[in-house]
Design a protein around this ligand. Structure first.
Ligand code: PGA
Length: 319
């Protein structure tokens, strides 16, 4: 393997990531024949096929998958070294790769805005996806850090909470319960619920609340996005439990109201996580420190603007 060049590994990593010669060639500003030649040479050095083609699709062989892991370790190590050198020169520069769960998209980009202002030399790539894919990316060691609403149970990860994630009950403004105070949770059994898709953290927490209170949950519809649920609630299709963060900056807030149900908000947290054996880069560490310092203040600022939230939240805290 020592005869393999860094360029060959780079070409293989790009093909393996995209599962496409064309896209790998585009990314590396080269041609498809060059990609094929480099891969052929690498395959000869390894002595076993790295890819297999079935119809038009490309798949990694078991050997290819193992080599991909090695490539990631090599490139991660080189990236980390580059960032360390910049840091020694007194500049934080390099790349931060973040993957966040769907609902975190309401506040992470704004935190990143501030982070990038503070460290203009840091280049950020942000991927927003569902819980299942976040966990898969973490298992494949694709990114530096991950944001999610519940740490994974079956993976060896470091995690820490950095911000509140209160879940509230949303209804349309003219709902019969809109003006009521201290609605008992039992009253929710009479309502039709609009739920996030199975596998969503918000859904899991809502189901757990109902289970813990021995209540039946009437699900009218599953919808795969917070935005679709808010529109459906505003349209009077039912009520929903969603993160208060989904209401931050909401222009159509006038159509929605947060119901004052006892036991709500459900108090959850946002977590930053990464595999326990991962070596964090200087840039990833800078982001962790930034979150520690800023998230509480920023979180309060984001949540303060949400109709009804602060008053109920304070009341809940006093109990
Ligand atoms: P979700 O996750 O966007 O999948 O609901 C958020 C959470 O876990 O709180």
């Amino acid at each position: 393997m020592k005869n393999a060049s860094l360029r060959q590994l780079q070409v293989f990593e790009a093909v393996a990531r995209h599962l496409s010669f064309t896209r790998a060639a585009e990314e590396l500003y080269t041609t498809q024949p060059t990609v094929s030649i480099q891969l052929k040479q690498l395959t000869d050095i390894v002595g076993q096929p790295l890819l297999e083609q079935v119809g038009k699709k490309i798949y990694l062989t078991d050997t290819g998958r193992e080599l991909l892991k090695v490539c990631r370790e090599i490139f991660d190590g080189l990236d980390r070294f580059g960032m360390l050198v910049s840091d020694m020169k007194g500049v934080k520069a390099g790349k931060l790769r973040l993957t966040i769960i769907t609902t975190a998209k309401y506040f992470v980009p704004r935190l990143l805005g501030l982070f990038c202002q503070r460290y203009p030399g840091i280049d950020v790539s942000l991927k927003v996806t569902n819980r299942e894919r976040v966990l898969q990316r973490m298992a494949d060691n694709v990114d530096d850090l991950y944001v999610l609403g519940q740490p994974p149970e079956h993976m060896d990860v470091e995690f820490e909470s950095f911000l509140e994630n209160p879940l509230v009950v949303l209804a349309e403004r003219n709902h019969p319960l809109a003006a009521k105070k201290h609605i008992p949770p039992q009253r929710l059994e009479e309502e039709q619920f609009l739920m996030r898709e199975p596998g969503s953290g918000t859904r899991l927490a809502t189901e757990q609340f109902f289970r813990e209170h021995g209540l039946k949950l009437k699900v009218r519809m599953d919808l795969g996005s917070n935005e679709a649920i808010k529109q459906a609630v505003a349209g009077g299709l039912g009520i929903a439990v969603l993160s208060a963060h989904t209401l931050a900056l909401e222009r159509s807030i006038d159509d929605l109201i947060i119901l004052d149900v006892d036991g709500f908000p459900i108090r959850r947290q946002w977590y930053l996580a990464y595999p326990r054996d991962k070596q964090l880069s200087v840039v990833a560490q800078a982001f962790l420190e930034f979150l520690h310092a800023e998230s509480k203040l920023l979180g309060e600022k984001y949540l303060r603007g949400i109709t009804g939230f602060p008053a109920q939240d304070r009341a809940a805290k006093k109990k």
